[in-house]
Design a protein around this ligand. Structure first.
Ligand code: NZQ
Ligand code: ZN
Length: 400
């Protein structure tokens, strides 16, 4: 097991109806909150009103910023950061999916620093990843997820896109950990089938990325990861078939939080190359993050992991998908097939062509992925450093 330092400071409040405690939870952090949310779902479902009512009851004033787009943009963040300052907000509440929560974290940052968020983004417009600034200061952040996917609710990262340069990359730092995350699984009842499935694949990917690339002497982390992957697989279909299945929604939501809160990957290291490849796709084509991961994963497994670490893939197959082959090579292949069957069953199996990607962009996107995700190394970290050509080959393999 590798050395590690783990700090997971977010208080979690979990359960049915807990959203109505938002006011009591938030009043601890100030008198006026900027509610950061998406453009429509929280209004349609009534959850925004419910939160505002709970705040009013607790004597907390609120100001709503409801213009966060999926794959949130730097320009939107800067605008909302200005509003937070003008409105003298004491804290920021991210209410919605990963996009709203990530935007809330970024807004909390620029509200304090007054600097544009692009200056903090890895792969910022100068292309100099070295300029990534760890974020030490931000307004206090509270999160209320309405979609089980990113784990943003309880981690110290956010992903923002500079829409002018089409650069999508992470920001992180100690100040971005939410003070409290209120996880009310009922808020996810209204998530449509496609986003439920894409979210489950995002959870699964947060788990397998470190598992297939990281140190192999971290058995407790591996077994935690396997349990979480199994639960994502187990509960995605029931949540799609019966959107108000509380146990399925509760398990997906808690699994999403645990997957990226730091525990599964601590002491194992590893890298997130499929995320880097996907971020380029959603930066250029504005597609759903989880869908992009579902498109890329089969080719990544087949061309990289099956060659470099078939025994890891075999173990994943046996522990998560009940593959029973004794031979590791065969079990690795069976793992890929079982995963693809799961993607098809939940309706997230797809191709780049089908989501509108132009074949003529693949070379440019491979370059971008290595430039931004490669953090200045000229390759993308995985089980071996992936070259631009290898990244491009993965894009080609899943094109149609
Ligand atoms: O935009 P609104 O109107 O809110 O609708 C959203 C959006 O259209 C809708 N939705 C959310 N909750 C709903 C709902 N619809 C009905 N009922 C509900 N309860 O779902 C759509 C997708 O929402 P979005 O927030 O974009 O999805 P997701 O949670 O997958 O977040 C994706 C973003 O998070 C980043 C991704 O790159 C992407 O930008 N990530 C953040 C991470 C982190 N901070 O740790 C890690 C991830 O790997 C990921 O990169
Ligand atoms: Zn992800």
């Amino acid at each position: 097991m590798l050395n590690f330092s783990l700090h997971t400071p977010t208080r979690i409040v979990f359960g049915q109806g807990e959203v109505d405690r938002a006011g009591d939870v938030i009043k601890e952090f100030g008198k006026k909150v900027l509610i950061v949310t998406g453009r429509s779902s929280t209004k349609k479902t009534g959850v925004l009103d419910r939160v505002v009512r709970s705040l009013q009851k607790a004597g907390v004033a609120s100001f709503v910023f409801d213009r966060v787009e999926p794959n949130p943009r730097a320009q939107t963040v800067d605008e909302a950061g200005r509003l937070a300052r003008e409105e003298h907000c004491d804290l920021v509440l991210g209410l919605g999916g990963g996009s709203a929560m990530d935007a809330a974290k970024a807004i909390a940052t620029v509200a304090v620093s007054t600097r544009p968020i692009r200056e903090y983004i890895r792969g910022n417009s100068t292309g100099l990843w070295q300029q990534l600034l760890p974020i030490q200061e931000a307004l206090p952040i509270v999160t209320i997820p309405t979609l089980a996917a990113t784990g943003s609710e309880a981690n110290g990262g956010a992903v923002i896109t500079n829409w002018e340069t089409k650069e999508k990359a992470g920001i992180n730092g100690p100040a971005l950990f939410p003070k409290v995350a209120i996880l009310d699984p009922e808020l996810t009842y209204t998530v449509p089938a496609n986003y439920t499935a894409d979210g489950a694949v995002d959870i699964f990917t947060h788990l397998y990325e470190g598992y297939v690339t990281g140190d192999e002497h971290a058995n407790v982390q591996d077994e935690i990861t396997e349990a979480l992957m199994r639960n994502a697989v187990l509960f995605a279909k029931p949540a799609i078939d019966d959107p108000q299945n509380y146990e399925a929604r509760a398990h997906l939501l808690w699994t999403s939080t645990l997957a990226l809160v730091g525990i599964a990957n601590a002491g194992r290291g590893g890298s997130f190359p499929v995320h880097a490849m996907e971020h380029t796709l959603s930066a250029h084509y504005d597609i759903s993050h989880g869908r992009g991961l579902a498109i890329l994963t089969p080719a990544y497994f087949a061309t990289v992991i099956k060659q470099d670490r078939p025994q890891r893939l075999a173990r994943l197959g046996r522990r998560v998908f009940d593959v029973i082959c004794k031979d590791d090579e065969q079990a690795a292949q069976a793992a890929i097939e079982a995963m693809v069957r799961w993607f098809k069953e939940i309706g997230t199996y797809d191709t780049l062509k089908n989501v509108g990607v132009k074949r003529s962009d693949l070379e440019m996107m491979a370059q971008e992925t290595v430039r931004i995700g490669g953090l200045g190394q000229g390759t993308l970290a995985a089980t071996h450093p992936l070259s631009e050509q290898e990244v491009r080959a993965i894009y080609e393999a899943v094109y149609e």
